[in-house]
Design a binder for this molecule. Structure first.
Ligand code: C5P
Length: 318
């Protein structure tokens, strides 16, 4: 085992984007409790920043959006990421001080926790000069959470398996979004469990077959290649949306308000409760954001564009 004492001492900062799902097709629950899925991930310009510094023992602090509800202990995925990376790299004494500055809300369907894990992997990898490849980081990330590999990769990508098996997608142009943050987060496992329950109830009452294996939307992939938001918008889909709406019925009003403000697509992001509205342009995204604020249908709004790159180091040194 190598000791990190002789390695670089500078602070390293990484920046990492939020994600939304342009398609989220959820299959049946697997034996391991996860659901097989096909999803189209899209990284957007709402970023968390994470700084790591060499330290005598590992610690973690959180500031910014939702800081009060993000755990500042070993249960934080960023802390677990640092431990997992040190182990994979065969490092001992690999303690770090981790400082997270959040703009991505917690439990929002935007992969904020996974983003911080990805940022911790990238920053510690640089700090410790482990020499591990991107593929090795992605594998460590997949062990931490299904969305971590995408938070590392960024861009627009198709995810399969439980979301960790990625293929970059061909997408043209830039897409402009207004994001409506919910008043209260939604725990991802609860949303998947509700999705299962709603499907079972529907199957029983309507004599429908259980959901089959999820399939990629080829019309969506074709629309993404066109770069035309007006073509992409109507093709956005999310199998978790009925579950999120049943847990937070007020989100229906949020979606309606976005549509009334001319959004070309309106969808719950991932497991919610964030609602994502696709705009025709950056100026139109601003109009939708203003309209949502005026309608009083969410806690806060943000504007973002995508695709953007995944977790990356932004500066060295203190
Ligand atoms: O992988 P991650 O820890 O982010 O997943 C959180 C929870 O979301 C899982 O414990 C599971 O309940 C649910 N999940 C799922 N199927 C997936 C991804 C997540 O059921 N493909």
């Amino acid at each position: 085992m190598a000791s990190v004492a002789r390695l670089g001492q500078a602070a390293i900062t990484a920046r990492v984007p939020a994600k939304i799902n342009l398609q989220l097709a959820v299959g049946p629950a697997r034996a391991d409790g996860y659901h097989s899925l096909v999803t189209v991930f899209h990284a957007v310009s709402l970023f968390d920043e994470l700084t790591v510094l060499p330290a005598g023992e590992t610690s973690l602090s959180v500031s910014g959006e939702d800081a009060a509800v993000v755990p500042a202990d070993q249960s934080n995925l960023a802390w677990q990421a640092a431990i997992a990376l040190a182990k994979a790299a065969g490092l001992r004494d690999a303690a770090v001080e981790i400082r997270i500055r959040k703009r991505i809300p917690a439990a929002a369907g935007l992969a904020g926790g996974s983003a911080d894990a990805a940022a911790a992997l990238v920053a510690c990898n640089e700090l410790w000069q482990t020499g591990l490849s991107s593929a090795e980081l992605a594998e460590i990330g997949a062990g931490l959470g299904s969305d971590v590999p995408f938070s590392l990769m960024g861009g627009t990508a198709v995810g399969r398996g439980r979301g960790e098996q990625l293929t970059p997608a061909l997408a043209a142009g830039t897409y402009h979004w207004a994001l409506a943050f919910g008043r209260e987060g939604l725990p991802t496992p609860q949303v998947y469990a509700t999705c299962d329950r709603l499907r079972e109830a529907r199957a029983a009452s309507e004599n429908r077959p259980a959901p089959g294996e999820p399939k990629l939307s080829h019309p969506l992939m074709t629309a993404l290649r066109s770069g035309d938001p007006a073509r992409v918008g109507p093709l956005l889909s999310n199998d978790l949306q009925p579950a999120a709406l049943s847990l937070r019925p007020g989100l229906r009003r949020t979606l309606t308000a976005g549509r009334e403000n001319g959004a070309v697509g309106a969808i719950v992001s991932g497991s919610g409760p964030t609602c994502a509205f696709l705009a025709r342009s950056a100026a139109h995204a601003r109009e939708i954001a203003v309209g949502l604020t005026g309608a009083g249908v969410c806690r806060a709004v943000a504007r973002a564009s995508g695709p953007v790159p995944g977790a990356s180091v932004v500066r060295d040194g203190t």
